[in-house]
Design a protein around this ligand. Structure first.
Ligand code: ACO
Length: 330
């Protein structure tokens, strides 16, 4: 069997930092409340004129550089995002043009915070099937543009950013690469986390704007419970499918939603603190971007070496959730 291997990672975070103290001046909240409930201290905000495609392009350039792969060698680009530059066409096509990846076909994938692991699963299948040899997989968001900055329940949680990986076909019999992907969805929870007024059901207009419908809505408490349950079950599913124990995992890189969700999940999966990568304090929840950004930081920071077992788990709107087990290739 030929596995897909990660041969390059990259990320890009906008320069502007918005701290909890800045948000204290915008809504009725406090740094203490935000840190205690979420672990978030600050987040990045895209500059005016800086779009999801721009963040994604920069992250992709860094991943291509690390892999030593030319953009023209890429066969497929998949971008997990819910904040594309336009509802359509795909932001992945803009990234393709920016990079000059003329031989790739490109599409966006909408699975909210699970967007990156879903995209990774598609690209891994593409390579395993032999249809192509090299893929660029991205998670990129400018959530700051769909946040209701008048709603303290949600505006403290999210941020902007982008991460990317290059996937390449390994050799027959290689033991490293993507070992497994397990993806799930349940549409019955739609209205616990969604953007009601930005599609063809409720087109944005003066009336929907008055009701704040074009912005992200979330029942945080309910989402929290299902998130912990789903992240736990899908992480255990990955361990079981690969005949592994929690102790075997070198690094657990979960979707960075909220420190309490991560800690509760790690405890249930029986992972120790030092096995869990957390950067939510710096960036907040960047939805589809959290996992590739964290992977890039962890690798560049020397936390990952060839042969390490890396477990990714994500949960997001839909609901969608999924896990990926990787034997690290670099
Ligand atoms: N500052 C101060 N008070 C606030 C704020 C705020 N920013 N936001 C809410 N409150 C208040 C509420 O109004 C409520 O007040 P009340 O009791 O007078 O009504 C009180 O704080 C408690 O609110 P809860 O919603 O019960 O607080 P909770 O402990 O559940 O924490 C939070 C809220 C942080 C949103 C939590 O539910 C959470 O993290 N949920 C997960 C949501 C998430 O991360 N979603 C991301 C997308 S999905 C994913 O990525 C996993």
């Amino acid at each position: 069997m030929i596995r897909a291997r990660i041969t390059g990672t990259g990320s890009y975070m906008p320069e502007k930092i918005l701290t909890n103290f800045d948000i204290e001046k915008m809504v009725d909240t406090s740094n203490d409340w935000i840190v205690a409930r979420t672990g978030i201290e600050e987040r990045r905000i895209a500059a005016e004129g800086e779009y999801t495609s721009d963040l994604a392009t920069r992250a992709a350039e860094r991943a291509l550089e690390m892999a030593g792969v030319a953009a023209s060698e890429i066969d497929l680009i998949v971008l997990g995002t819910i904040t594309g530059d336009y509802p359509w066409p795909a932001t992945a096509c803009i990234v393709q043009k920016n990079l000059g990846a003329d031989n790739a076909y490109a599409y966006d994938l909408s699975a909210a915070c699970s967007g990156f692991v879903y995209a990774l699963s598609c690209a891994s299948d593409f390579i395993q099937s032999g249809r192509g040899k090299k893929a660029l997989v991205l998670g990129a968001e400018t959530l700051s543009r769909i946040i209701d900055w008048q709603d303290r329940n949600t505006c403290v949680l999210f941020g902007d950013g982008a991460g990317a990986v290059i996937l390449e076909a390994g050799e027959e019999g290689d033991e490293d690469g993507i070992l497994s992907s397990h993806m799930h969805s349940d549409g019955s929870y739609l209205d616990l986390l969604y953007q009601p007024g930005f599609g063809t059901r409720h087109m944005p207009n003066a009336e929907t704007l008055e009701d704040r419908l074009p912005y992200l809505k979330m029942e945080g408490n309910e989402v929290f419970k299902v998130a912990v349950r789903s992240l736990t079950s899908v992480s255990l599913e990955a361990l079981q499918a690969n005949n592994l124990n929690a102790d075997d995992v070198s690094l657990f890189i979960p979707h960075q939603a909220n420190k309490r969700i991560l800690e509760a999940t790690a405890k249930r999966v029986k992972l120790k603190d030092e096995q869990v990568y957390i950067n939510v304090h710096k960036y907040g929840n960047t939805s589809g971007a959290t996992i590739p950004v964290a992977m890039d930081e962890a690798y560049r920071g020397g936390l990952l070496k060839k042969g390490d077992l890396v477990l990714l788990s994500a949960f997001g709107g839909g609901f969608t959730w999924g896990s990926t087990m990787i034997r690290w290739s670099m």
